[in-house]
Design a protein around this ligand. Structure first.
Ligand code: SF4
Length: 397
């Protein structure tokens, strides 16, 4: 393994830091208005079987031809979508059994689920196969808001899901909200955040609504109608109730951070399988020891995704930009070790103007580059200046 090592998960938030595996389940009962993820509402048995065969065959191909030196063993698995809770219990069982040999014995395993398709038998299969956390897509507890964007779950579905989590599920779970949906005024956003607290989740996330081109949302609503965000109030509420604000949109109780997503933010290698899935890993070093990365994005066809691929090579400068973009989102900031993988020169030298101009924004620039909490959500101006400085630095080399 090139980056990080795979030490057993001792329950702390830093224990596991190897490569990640992502599997995209491309099936949804209907299309939510804001959603730009690749998914299909047509998934008869043959198509589901063809999808699983394609995913497993691509995994086998990756492992036998492994040119990365990064896999296996994967220290995290994230099964997302789409709607993984639409897989039948048998299908879920087959998938988890098939990938088990490539997972670290103490890997973090996350499944995404939607409240309306969560079932006792599906949860029991997940539990029996060592799934450690669920990520439940609530988006909003407000029925009018959910209806406006085509979410299928009823109030009764939410209550049923809550009962299943309380009475059947023994692992960790996250509730995922979106902020700023149509009709979701700041007061309603805060109400959503309060209800989320009452579920006693291990992890909470709240992403601002993203107005993606070509979605139903942009056809039905004007972006100028976007709601203000109750961001400061929600952050305060959740932090006061014992959740650590560890990433701009993510909050966790002790030991419940999502290690898989930390892998993205800390630029660890990951293998993505399924439509639209992305794979990124280091491929070579420059003369100064800086790393080039290779990024592959699969096509959007649910079963023929691997026949359409786009490859991109990320230069060390691209990686430096990503390191800043991702690392500054974390409460622990961008580490020097991460920076040194993509830059032979220290940030004091490469980003001197930015660090001087924005000095009051940082709480640490010595061991890490860490922003103060009050500016962590407002980085655009800082990043614009930093990227411009990185471009000038590149042209001088
Ligand atoms: S269920 Fe999730 S993946 Fe499917 S359409 Fe809705 S938001 Fe997109």
């Amino acid at each position: 393994m090139i980056l990080g090592d795979s030490s057993p998960n001792d329950g702390s938030d830093e224990a596991i830091n190897g490569a990640g595996l992502y599997i995209h389940v491309p099936f949804c009962r209907s299309k939510c208005a804001y959603c730009a993820f690749p998914s299909t509402t047509l998934f008869p048995l043959e198509r589901r079987q063809a999808w699983q065969a394609a995913v497993l065959s691509e995994l086998a191909k990756e492992l036998t031809q492994d040119k990365t030196g990064c896999w296996p063993l994967f220290t995290t698995l994230y099964v997302g979508g789409g709607t993984p809770s639409l897989l039948l219990p048998d299908e879920l069982s087959n998938l988890l059994l098939a990938v088990k040999p490539v997972l670290h014995p103490q890997a973090e395993i996350t499944l995404e689920a939607n409240p309306e398709s969560l079932s006792e038998s599906w949860l029991k299969v997940a539990q029996d196969h060592g799934v450690t956390r669920l990520s439940l897509g609530i988006q909003s507890f407000d029925a009018q808001v959910r209806q406006a964007v085509g979410r299928l779950s009823s109030q009764r579905d939410l209550e049923r899901a809550r009962n299943l989590l309380e009475n059947v599920w023994h692992g960790q779970f996250s509730l995922d909200l979106i902020l700023g949906l149509p009709f979701q005024t700041p007061e309603r956003q805060l109400k959503d955040a309060q209800i989320a607290l009452s579920w006693q989740a291990h992890h909470l996330s709240a992403y601002p609504l993203s107005w993606e081109k070509g979605t139903l949302l942009t056809k039905k609503f004007r972006e100028s109608e976007a709601q203000d965000l109750a961001w400061d109030e929600i952050r305060t509420l959740w932090q006061e109730n014992g959740y650590d604000w560890y990433e701009v949109a993510n909050f966790a109780r002790q030991g419940a951070q999502c290690q898989h997503n930390r892998g993205y933010w800390e630029q660890r290698p990951y293998l993505g399988l399924g439509s639209g899935a992305v794979t990124t890993y280091p491929v070579q070093h420059s003369a100064t020891g800086e790393v080039f990365w290779r990024r592959r994005t699969f096509g959007t066809d649910p079963t023929l995704f691997s026949t359409q691929q786009e490859i991109e090579i990320l230069t060390p400068r691209d990686c430096r930009k990503e390191a800043l973009l991702l690392g500054l989102r974390l409460s622990t900031g961008l580490s020097r070790a991460q920076w040194e993988r993509c830059s032979a020169l220290p940030w004091e030298q490469v980003l001197s103007d930015t660090l001087q101009r924005f000095a009051s924004w940082f709480q640490d620039t010595y061991h890490t580059l860490t922003l103060k909490p009050e500016v962590r959500c407002w980085q655009d101006e800082l990043l614009r200046q930093a990227f411009a400085e990185l471009d000038v630095d590149e042209s001088r080399r």
